[in-house]
Design a protein around this ligand. Structure first.
Ligand code: 5GP
Ligand code: MN
Length: 338
């Protein structure tokens, strides 16, 4: 679905626009939201970005960050009102409303025109128009495509380009995952031509690690990483007490699952985290093995073939048990994956 023309018509006159993205936003979620916000503001729209939860400090450098409203109970009334008053709501980097938590009923009920821009598989059909392409590596790639195809590439200035580059860089694992296409590099090249400082962007995002996060990583690698070679599977569990012990903040557990996947011979990795009265799960895989199938069939989740998430209402121990009973069902597929 590529309703670029319809979206172009919708935003051709200044409007009141609300942009939202998934819970625990990552660099693609924030980069696409703030990149689009910057572009729409230049076109004269009144734009507010609302996130369902807060997000890590290493994303706070993005232009427009200071005006982002991260949902919490005390802003419920004003956010509800904004949703009612918006002419247009952009939903970025997620495809089903259950990923925006408390904002979901507000978006559903709003009379605004809803535009979905996303690269996840199987979108829920709640939007009036969409720019949806699961072959895109990042949502910022789709924001870039939208702006370019509307003939407004000139509106992309350095602050907008930095936001778009950040999402492209992180969702491709710094241009190394299998979603790194020629298009990805062509977009990166065009952003580089604007003289953004890619080294600085990389540093702001990745070399900005708190000591607590590194200590947690050390603990996880030493004590919590389990490898099951018979399934080419590795996983990590983290209890609430462990998170507290390392003063873990939003984003501190991001990337841990990649260490499990990096163990030699491993083709599927998972992390199970006891957080906010549910178990949050992240899955990663290589090659043709689809963690999305596993996450959507067994853990109310989804995402991409090689990177998915899910959740469980069971206890951490029960969730681990459930996962360990499911993995053997995939043994043959796992062993065939190289
Ligand atoms: P992460 O493990 O980094 O949270 O997420 C990996 C990928 O799966 C991301 O693209 C993310 O948007 C997606 N994802 C994470 N959790 C869920 C979920 O509960 N449902 C769906 N549909 N996708 C998810
Ligand atoms: Mn994304």
């Amino acid at each position: 679905m590529q309703d670029i023309e319809e979206i172009g018509t919708l935003i051709s006159q200044p409007k009141t626009v609300l942009i939202t993205t998934h819970q625990n936003p990552d660099a693609d979620a924030m980069g696409s939201s703030l990149g689009l916000a910057g572009y729409l503001r230049k076109k004269g729209h009144r734009v507010t970005v609302v996130t369902p939860t807060d997000y890590p400090l290493n994303l706070h450098w993005m232009s427009g960050n200071d005006d982002v409203i991260a949902f919490e109970e005390k802003v419920r009334v004003s956010v509800s009102q904004m949703m009612e008053e918006a002419d247009v709501i952009f939903c970025l980097d997620f495809s089903s409303l259950d990923r925006i938590r408390e904002l979901a009923p507000m978006v559903r009920q709003s009379r605004a025109r809803k535009v979905l821009i996303d690269h996840h598989l199987e979108p829920e059909s709640f939007a009036d128009m969409a720019l949806w392409d699961p072959s895109a590596a990042s949502t910022t790639e789709l924001i870039f495509r939208l702006i370019v195809e509307l003939g407004e590439k000139d509106l992309i200035d350095i602050p907008i380009a930095e936001c778009l580059y950040a999402g492209l860089m992180t969702d491709t694992g710094s241009f190394r995952h299998s979603n790194t296409t020629g298009n990805v590099h062509r977009m990166a090249a065009q952003l580089l031509d604007l003289h953004i400082d890619v080294s600085s962007i990389h540093r702001r995002i990745f070399d900005n690690v708190t000591l607590d996060k590194f200590r947690l990583l050390g603990y996880v690698l030493n004590e919590k990483l389990k490898v099951l070679p018979e399934y080419k599977f590795a996983y990590i569990t983290l209890t609430d007490a462990e998170l507290k012990r390392y003063r873990s903040k939003t984003g501190d557990t991001e990337g841990l699952v990649n260490y499990a996947l990096a163990v030699e011979g491993v083709v599927m990795a998972a992390i199970l985290i006891d957080r906010n009265e549910e178990i949050r799960m992240s899955f990663r895989s290589i090659g043709n093995f689809s963690v999305r199938d596993l996450a959507s069939t067994h853990f109310e989740g989804g995402g991409h073939r090689n990177a998915s998430g899910g959740r469980s209402k069971l206890s951490l121990a029960e969730t681990e048990k459930k996962l360990l009973s499911i993995v053997p069902l995939y043994q043959q597929q796992l062993l065939e994956t190289v």
